[in-house]
Ligand binder design. Structure first.
Ligand code: HQG
Length: 178
């Protein structure tokens, strides 16, 4: 991994899962203080404001956002710690996709999709993205999610500012293995 890629991965860990690793905290909306973040990260990873700005701007999934004056930064989604990133509730497309690993399918076919360590189940707009997500867990399997029907039945959906669809859980009856 290049220096910058590794620093970016570390930032994701801090802003989504373990801010305590560098002795910082996130506020209720998931914001970290940029100065504190840079100071904490720089103890183990190369980072300065210019590099942080580049990471935020060039991240291929647009994982992070600054506030207006760039004094605060947060991850747009993907958290395991309970923060409210002010997700926008939205009407999902009729079908969304979920990529997972073959090893999880027996359990999913029994229980449906649950968020596991994260706050939400992550859903993808297209099968290409779902395939990439699934490959992170070994042999990929894609489920088609009847999100339109779920929404009609009263389930809430959110779309993060970087375009990831999120929902609390998906019962088996809305799932179809592809
Ligand atoms: C599975 C990455 C057993 C679920 C990606 C998944 C995504 C079950 C795994 C984002 C289950 C959790 C999230 C059940 C769900 N029984 N297993 N009942 N229900 N699972 O990593 O969706 O690069 O927490 O299928 O691109 O893989 O980090 O979630 O396989 O958008 O920005 O439990 O993370 O984005 O794994 O990935 P994860 P995910 P970043």
């Amino acid at each position: 991994m290049s220096g910058m890629k590794e620093t970016s991965k570390f930032i994701s860990l801090i802003l989504r899962h373990k801010p305590e690793t560098i002795g910082i905290t996130l506020d209720e909306h998931g914001w970290a203080n940029v100065e504190e973040l840079i100071e904490g990260i720089s103890k183990t990873h190369p980072i300065d404001m210019a590099m942080l700005e580049q990471i935020v701007a060039e991240d291929e999934k647009q994982r992070y956002s600054f506030n207006e004056d760039k004094s605060l930064i947060r991850a747009n989604q993907g958290h395991s710690i309970p923060v409210d990133v002010e997700l926008e509730e939205a009407t999902p497309p009729e079908i969304l996709y979920h990529g997972t690993g073959l090893k999880f399918t027996e359990s999913i076919d029994e229980q449906g999709l649950i968020p596991k360590s994260r706050l939400y189940v992550h859903l993808s707009k297209d099968t290409d993205t779902a395939l990439k997500v699934g490959k992170r867990h070994g042999t990929p399997v894609i489920y088609r999610v009847k999100s339109g029907e779920m929404h009609k039945d009263g389930y809430k959906f959110f779309c993060s500012v970087n375009g990831v669809w999120l929902t609390k859980s998906v019962p088996v009856k809305y799932l179809e293995k592809m």
